[in-house]
Ligand binder design. Structure first.
Ligand SMILES: C[S@@+](CC[C@H](N)C(=O)[O-])C[C@H]1O[C@@H](n2cnc3c(N)ncnc32)[C@H](O)[C@@H]1O
Length: 358
């Protein structure tokens, strides 16, 4: 099985994407989605998944209520997929509602089991373990992605003041059901993360086709990575999606243009106050991350009705700092998804029933 780590609150987007890719969900946990996929699917997921943060390979699952059980269970797992002289570390431990609740002790006992198992833990090929316990049920998994999470696609070298993670942008686009068929617009584009991810979705371009992963040197996986890269490159669409984005700030627009060009994304970037923006077609999709200050009443949100009136028939999807922002906007969202953006709880508000395409 594979364990996909996610932004807290966006597990639903990852599950939907996994299903769209033709795989089954085993379990959806807080910040993690367990899926029915094996060792040989690792390259496919690292290259193709848009909304997950990391791909972990599940080495084993067991119940343990004391350190002896933890040690013995880890030692008896099947590590035959690893070389004889791996570099092994336990990097992350999370324990919830379990008899074993000391993170440090779980980490050191697990590391001891691995050292005793391998007799050698300082090789060239890294195997970084994550250990999760929930109600005494343990998952021992090893990171296949590497030092940089999957959000680091490589196209964004410069940022706006409040950039959105690429994986979050992709997750929100998936929740909005954007596929590339309808025109797309981001009226608060900042450094351009949402429009670039929209372009990658519309063209069926794998988000991480060009970067490398820690598991490329693992036994058997090198040739599968080469195969999956070629297979993914072969199904990129020749379509020309209509993707527009704007911002009010000249400096950030220059950064946005650099980022879209680096990503090879054909996106029309222009300067506009969102209050002046007008729909150019009857239907389309807006996914956007408006700014918010300390006092919401002083921010752009007090004028957000202008956007709704200027884009009748469009699906509008916005990240909001408050759940009840509609009191200010006088329209109620059709769906609200809370999630953590850089450690801050925000709400993805979706207004899709107004969309003529639905
Ligand atoms: C939270 S940031 C967007 C970040 C973006 N998603 C990214 O990943 O970089 C909000 C953006 O709204 C822009 N903005 C503020 N007031 C605006 C207005 N009246 N019209 C259009 N854009 C505005 C800011 O310049 C800022 O770049």
């Amino acid at each position: 099985m594979l364990l996909l780590t996610t932004t807290l609150g966006l597990e639903g987007a990852v599950s939907r994407e996994v299903k769209n890719l033709g795989y089954k969900i085993q379990d959806s946990l807080t910040g993690r989605v367990l899926i029915d996929a094996g060792y040989h699917d690792i390259p496919f997921f690292n290259i193709n998944i848009r909304s997950a943060e990391r791909i972990l390979y599940v080495v084993g699952m067991f119940k343990a209520q004391n350190f002896n059980e933890l040690y013995e269970n880890i030692k008896s797992l099947d590590f035959s997929f690893m070389p004889k002289k791996p570099f092994v570390r336990v990097a992350k431990v999370k324990t919830v509602n379990s008899k074993l609740h000391s993170v440090r002790s779980i980490q050191s006992i697990s590391m001891k089991a691995l050292v005793d198992k391998f007799k050698y833990v300082d090789g060239n090929v890294p195997y970084i373990f994550h250990i999760y316990a929930r109600s005494d049920n343990f998952i021992v998994a090893v990171d296949t992605t590497g030092k940089n999470g999957l959000h680091l696609r490589g196209y964004r070298k410069k940022y706006s003041r409040a950039p959105l993670r690429e994986t979050i942008a992709a997750a929100l686009l998936i929740l909005s059901r954007y596929t590339g068929k309808l025109p797309f617009y981001d009226p608060f584009c900042g450094s351009g993360t949402i429009p670039v991810e929209a372009y990658l979705i519309a063209k069926n371009i794998p988000p991480n086709l060009k970067r490398s992963f820690t598991s490329e040197n693992w036994p058997d996986l090198g040739k599968i990575y080469r195969f999956e890269r070629k297979k993914a490159a072969d199904v990129i669409k020749g379509s020309k999606p209509e993707i527009f984005c704007s911002d009010i700030d000249d400096e950030i627009l220059a950064v946005c243009k650099e980022n879209t060009e680096r990503a090879g994304a054909s996106v029309k970037v222009f300067k506009r106050d969102f209050k002046q923006a007008r729909a150019w077609t009857d239907v389309g999709t807006i996914v956007s991350n408006p700014p918010y200050g300390k006092r919401i009443e002083d921010s752009v949100w007090k004028d957000m009705n202008v956007l709704f009136n200027s884009f009748p028939g469009w699906s509008i999807n916005l990240i909001s700092p408050k759940r009840n922002i509609q009191k200010l906007m006088k329209v109620s969202p059709d769906k609200t998804t809370p999630f953590l953006n850089s450690g801050v709880k925000v709400y993805f508000l979706q207004f899709f029933k107004r969309c003529k395409a639905n």
